[in-house]
Every structure is written in C-alpha cells, then in structure tokens.
Design a binder for this molecule. Sequence first.
Ligand code: HEM
Length: 517
Amino acid sequence: MTPESHSQTPDRPAGDSTRPGPPPGCPAHGLGPGGLARLHESDDLKSLYEQLREKHGPVAPVLVHDDLPLWIVLGHAESQQLVRSPAQFTKDSRIWSPLRDGLVKPDHPLMPHIAWQPMCAHTEGENHHRWRGAIDTAVAATDFRSLRRYVNRSVQRVVNRFCEVGEAELVSQYAEHLPMAVMCHVLGMPDEYDDRMVQAARDMIRGTETAIASNAYVMEALNRLTVRRRKEPQDDFTGHLVSHPAGLSDEEVSQHLRVVLIAAYEATANLLANVLRQVLIDPRFRSQLNGGQMTVPQAVEQLLWDEPPFSTIFAYYAKQDTELGGQRIRKGDGLLFAPAPANVDPRVRPDPTADMQGNRSHLAFGGGTHECPGQDIGRVIAEVGVDALLMRLPDVELSCDEEELTFTESIASRHLVSLPVHFTPRPQQEITQAPSHEVDTKPPAAYDWQIGAVPRQTPAPAPEPAAVGASVGGADAGVGGVPDAGPVPAAVPVPPPAQPEPPKGAWQRFLRWWRGY
Ligand code: HEM
C-alpha cells in the first residue's frame, strides 16, 4: 500500500486481533496503526464514511480485520472509474499484496469474500467472458411478463401463511421468503423452495455454525438440478447455462447457480425489506388523503440510492501503480467498491434527503464488466413484492414506532432486523385465481395506496424506460447495461382525493396488462 501510515506497524503484528483496543467512547477507539480507521470496529459506518471523506477526499486509506490495509472509494465518479477501468483494476484477489505476503490468515473473517474462486465475480478477460456470457444469455431469456405473474402468485402464497392472523413480521415472514420462492422458480427448481431452503440461505449469509451443512444442502439441490437439466433440457436459467456454447462443466454450472441464488436472494430480500419499511413510514406513499407522490418503482430506485443492499463489495485490486481520487495507488493494493457512501457523494447529491424520482444512476448494481446481470430480476421481485402485498393487505400498518426499527450492520451490508405490522385479518386466497384486488372486495377506505392501487387520470402513455423500467411487463432491457444517468423523470400525477373505488372493468384489465399479472 502506498502511504507509509497505511502499512503494518512493527509493534503490532498483523493478525493480533486478540489484543484489546481502546474501549468504545475513547477517542482512539476504532483507530489502528497510523491513526487509520478500522472499518470493522465502527458502530456507525455512515458517519465514519463522511469523516473519511472530509479528511481524505474521495478515496481514503482504512484498515479491516487484523489491520489489513485497504482503500475505500467514497466518490461517485471515482467508483465509476474503478469499476470501468479493467486495464487498471481487477477483481482477481490473487494479486492482493497482503495475500501474496502471507498476511491474510485462512480464517480471516473476510476470507469468504476475498478467497479467489473460479467464477465470474472473481475473474477478468477470457474466463469472465465465458462464464458471464452464459449468465447473460440465461438472464436475457427471461420472460419478464410471466416473471411478474409468478412473483405475484408467490406473494399470494407467502401472504396466505399469515393473512388470517392480522399481524406479521415482514422481514422473516415475507422479505426473506419471496425472493427465494422466485429464484428457485427462475433457476428451474420451484419445488425446492421451502422453509429449509430459506433457512439454509440465511445460514450461509450469516456464517452461523451450521453454514457448512447449509451450503452442502443448497449445493445438493443445485447439483441435482444441473444433472436433471443435462438430461431434460428446459427453457429456464439452468437450461440456458448447461446448453450455452461456452460448454460449462457441471461443476461450473452448479457453482454459478450458487452464486446467483445466494447473491440474488440476499440482495433482493434486503432491498424488499427496506422498500417495505419506507413505504410504511413515509407519508409520500399514502395517496388519496395526503397526495402521495411516489410510485413503487420510484421507491425501489430511491432505496437503491439510500440503502444499497450491498454497502460495499470486496474488492478490486490495482494491476499497476496508478492514481485514483488524488491518492497514489500501488500495484497490488486492494480497493473497496462502496455503493453506500458513493451514492451519497455530495458532488452528485448535495442534498442527501432529496427525492431521486426514479433516477437510476446509483451504484447499487455496480458497473463496468461486473455490473449485476440480474438487476431487472431483482427490481421485479421488489416492485411486485411491494405492490402486490399492498393490494392484498391495503390497511397494513407498522406495529411499532419508526424509531424502534433497528438495523444490523457489517462492512458488507446493513439489514433491517424486523418489521412488525398489523392489518385486518383476511381469508387465504386461491393461488390460481386472478390477483387479490379482485378477490378482496373490501374498500380500502382511508388506506388507499398510491402505489399501483389507483388508476392514472389520463390514458397511460407508452412507459418512459427511465421512469418505470422493469415495473412494466416486458421491459426487460438493460441487463448488464449502464444505469441511466439521464434526466430525472417527473413524478406520476396523483389523482384527486374523491376516488375511493378500486379500479374496475376495462381499467382493471388495462392495469393487469400494464403490470403483467
Ligand atoms: C436487488 C438485487 C440485487 C442487487 C442490489 C445486486 C447487486 C450486485 C452487485 C453490487 C454486484 C457486483 C458488481 C461489481 O462487482 O462491480 C452484483 C454482481 C452479480 N449479481 Fe447481482 N444484485 C442483485 C440481484 C441479482 C440477481 C437477481 C441475480 C441473478 C439473476 C444477480 C446475479 C449477479 C451475478 C452473477 C453477479 C456477478 C457478475 C460478474 O461478476 O460479472 N444479482 N450484483
């Protein structure tokens, strides 16, 4: 690493994490050798990022567990430069200096992120092209209209499990289930979705004691799926991976299925929980009475700015001596790509509380050659997951004060712990039937949701891609593309208050076509 202060000090050997540091509250708490911030000791990363920005500018030297040095990229422009300069930066961790120098212990807490694996997220060049090409082909074959229908049916199934009770905890009972149900279907193994699969994914992500057994459980299902698809080709994600001209082996297919399943599950569950929370606490979503101003797709985009599901990504590594954000970066240095602070870079968001109105130039899906290939699938799950839940339980309300909602935080991500709600108990719904708003005839009274529940006053024009994106059935363009940094679309007009009736007849048919379910 470049700055002298950014290297290991002789009096505290790397790996000596057992030595107690200054206690919380002491000014030296959270600081390591050279006065550098220890990211893993911070209990308020958002504030720490702003202090680092103030002190060092858009690229700051920091320490992670065992005082290993890294740069954190805080600037929006510098982050774009990082992910879009494959000649200078790679995701292949094998060139990271501390790893080459033997400073990273095998049981380092960040090893699952750092250890090189033969898969697209860790490679560049020909191998990346081969694996990523197969994934892009599989994603491109997604029929987004039927995906939206499937997500809606899954919503009904998941809600059926608690709708008669009149209360639920939406993180564990909803947000952590819906993405797994949908991803099992997308991959081609809908019958594997159950509580055990959700529990296994939770285990793997949290690295609990049973994580290894859970990983084995998930891998067995994925191996079975791979073998089955070789024998019985199908037009699903796995079918496209096994039949891709790149000729992936069974092992390559299964390993990539695992990355897709777990990454997609974790990120989408996190996003869905965050959007639900926002919808429940933010008055802009309550329509008729207070003039709601934000649609579900806009809410999803807003949360991708404010709470990107992956706060940081481990990591990019410098292939040569270079410069980034005014810092001299040495060959072999590691750099944390950090959507959370980059999304609130004051140079792109002078007012961090401002409504982004559907603008998609955030960094929640990364960028460059590794940009998330599944972003439109993630968006569809989150959008339909919120929209259909609110249609089904229109009077859903938070069961606690907003201030009582808590988050767990690590360097990699921030998670809402729980989201307790109550609503009028409702009967279960036939899954094969049309969407819930036809079955549930109770007028939503004072709880009309702006989001999707109310027809627009003027005939709907052809959707503007930047404004509605994946929320419109069939709008599946842009997989692996560059986020739209174009002009901010105007908010959808809000109908006047005196419209208590839910949409009916031709309008209802139009809405169903519009949504795709
Ligand atoms: C809200 C949901 C999601 C978010 C926020 C998200 C975010 C990300 C981010 C930040 C990256 C890393 C980009 C980089 O390294 O520069 C990534 C990579 C990836 N994502 Fe997603 N993702 C989501 C959903 C999905 C879904 C649904 C799929 C599968 C269909 C998926 C598959 C992948 C894969 C395979 C990669 C590795 C790509 C590569 O290295 O070339 N993700 N995602």
